[in-house]
Every structure is written in C-alpha cells, then in structure tokens.
Design a protein around this ligand. Structure first.
Ligand code: NAP
Length: 266
C-alpha cells in the first residue's frame, strides 16, 4: 500500500493533535499532502504542531475544542465541512490516562475519564456519519488500547473506558459497513508519549511513537477493522484475555501485586 498516494489530498481530522500519538501522526501525514484538521484544547501547543505540518507542505485547519463537549465538536464538524466540504478520515485519538486503585479512586476523575475517552470519542466520530454517508466513503478511527482487553488492577477507569471504546467501535463498524464507511479500532500497547512519560514502572515493549504512527496510518489506509501492537504485547494480552477468571486473577496478582495499606486520596 502506497501511503503517499492514499493520503494525498485526503481530509484527515485528528483529535489530541497537540501531543503524543496525535501530534506525531499529523507530522507523519503532513509531507504526504494530507489536508489536516487538528483538534485539542491547548491552543499554543496545537498551533506549533500546525505550523510544523504547514512547513511540511500540508494545508492545516487548527481548531481548539474539548472533545467531551458535544456542541464544541458539532462546531468542529461545521468548520471542517465549511472549509473542505468533505471528510475522509476522522481519528478519535484524544484521551486521558487517569487511573487508580479502587481503595483511593476519585469518582470525579472516573467521570472525566469516561467523558473524554468514551463520550469524547462518540462526539468526535458521530457528527461526520451523515457526510460520509452522502459521500459513501470515509474512515472513522477510534483509539482504544490493549488495556481495554481485560480489567487491570489500579486502572479500572482507564480499562473500562478503553473497553467501552472498543465495543462502541465494533458496533458502529457493523452499522456502517454497507454504506462504504470503515470503522477502525486501534489497540496500542505502551507507546512513548507524554502520557506514558509519567509512568514510574518499567513498561514492557515500549514503542517509539513514530513506529506507532506508521502502523496506525497503514491500518487506516487498508481499512483494517482492528489493529493491535506491538505484536509481543498483543500476543501476551490476547492470551491473558482468553484465560479463565481464576487463573487470570492469580497470574495478574502475582505479576502486579496490589500494594498493601493503600490510603484514600485527599
Ligand atoms: N501512549 C500509550 O502508551 C497509549 C497506549 C494505548 C492507548 N493510548 C491512547 O492513545 C491516545 C493518545 O495518547 P497519547 O499517549 O498520545 O497521550 P498524550 O500525549 O497525553 O496526548 C493526549 C492528547 O489528547 C488531548 N486531549 C486530552 N483531553 C482532551 C479533551 N478533553 N479534548 C480535546 N483533546 C484532549 C491532549 O491535548 P490537550 O491537552 O491540548 O487538549 C493531547 O493532545 C489516547 O486515547 C490514549 O488513551 C495511548
């Protein structure tokens, strides 16, 4: 698959484009001549990415919006249609990684995680369904995670949000298939970005963000329904996913023992 000819002149919207995977995917697609719509909340950071993409030869629309806000995302859709009168790829990438143990979980953070990672994903993708139906083409892309395969301790909110994103994507894939619209789910393992830079544990098979961008760009171009990587993590968590519950609990708690004396947060 020649990525350059696939992405040339395609209108590609990416949320969470001010950092990490979203930023790098934009920078990867820009020299191919994709017309980019970049969305995030931090205007200054977003403009920096937009400028780099323009310098690489891409036409860029940079829009500040909160994906959790339905009316702001309707506004994003209207701005895209006004600017380009079409949409080829929408990547619902914006996400947050707030997670903690049940013993000290903060429900406001749980709500925020669901609002961004689940509601935000729908707020990003669904407004474009009408236009894609009219075009009878397009790809809706959702960033889930290998963490959505099963519950992991210390990550209930994040795992739940990514699991919901995954099943949501699967349902819309079925809804839209006969209309010529692709729905692609992406399950990364650990990718080196500001999100994972905060982790204080050793992350197995940590992948460089550019490697991840190449895999994601290819998956979209091929219209692959589900893409999980790196392969070692995909294999390991694919195996864990199939284990009976008692064995899963036993192995997970051996590898990731829950600290004793967890205190509730202030
Ligand atoms: N890195 C990994 O190992 C990994 C693994 C599996 C899945 N993922 C998923 O991949 C996606 C990108 O992660 P990343 O590692 O690139 O994270 P990141 O570096 O922290 O970037 C997150 C991006 O999302 C944006 N964002 C957050 N909340 C937003 C909101 N309410 N509205 C609009 N934009 C928002 C942030 O921009 P602003 O703050 O400017 O809004 C930022 O651009 C996430 O969905 C994440 O869950 C990552």
């Amino acid at each position: 698959m020649d990525l350059n000819s696939f992405y040339k002149d395609k209108v590609v919207l990416i949320t969470g484009a001010s950092s990490g995977i979203g930023e790098d995917l934009a920078l990867f697609l820009a020299p191919m001549g994709a017309r980019l719509v970049l969305v995030a909340r931090r205007q200054e950071k977003l403009e920096e990415v937009a400028e780099s993409c323009r310098a690489a030869g891409s036409k860029v629309l940079a829009l500040t919006a909160d994906v959790a806000d339905q009316s702001q995302m309707e506004g994003v859709k209207n701005a895209v249609i006004e600017a380009f009168d079409r949409i080829d790829v929408v990547v619902a990438n914006a996400g947050i990684g707030l997670a903690d143990f049940a013993q000290r979980m903060r429900l406001d953070q749980h709500r925020q995680t669901i609002e961004v990672n689940v509601i935000g994903l729908a707020n990003t993708l669904i407004p474009f369904v009408d236009k894609m139906m009219e075009q009878r083409s397009g790809a809706l892309v959702g960033l889930s995670s290998l963490a959505g395969y099963r519950g992991m301790s210390g990550s209930a909110s994040y795992c739940a949000s990514k699991s919901a994103a995954w099943v949501f994507m699967e349902s819309i894939r079925l809804d839209l298939k006969s209309y010529g619209i692709k729905a692609c789910t992406i399950h990364p393992g650990f990718i080196k970005t500001p999100m994972t830079d905060k982790n204080r544990f050793k992350m197995p098979f940590l992948m460089d963000v550019r490697e991840a961008s190449v895999i994601i760009a290819r998956a979209i171009a091929k219209g692959r329904p589900v893409t999980a990587f790196p392969w070692q993590m995909k294999l390991f968590l694919g195996f864990m996913k199939r284990l009976p519950t008692t064995l899963y609990d036993f192995l997970m708690l051996k590898v990731f023992p829950v600290p004793l004396k967890l205190q509730p947060k202030d």
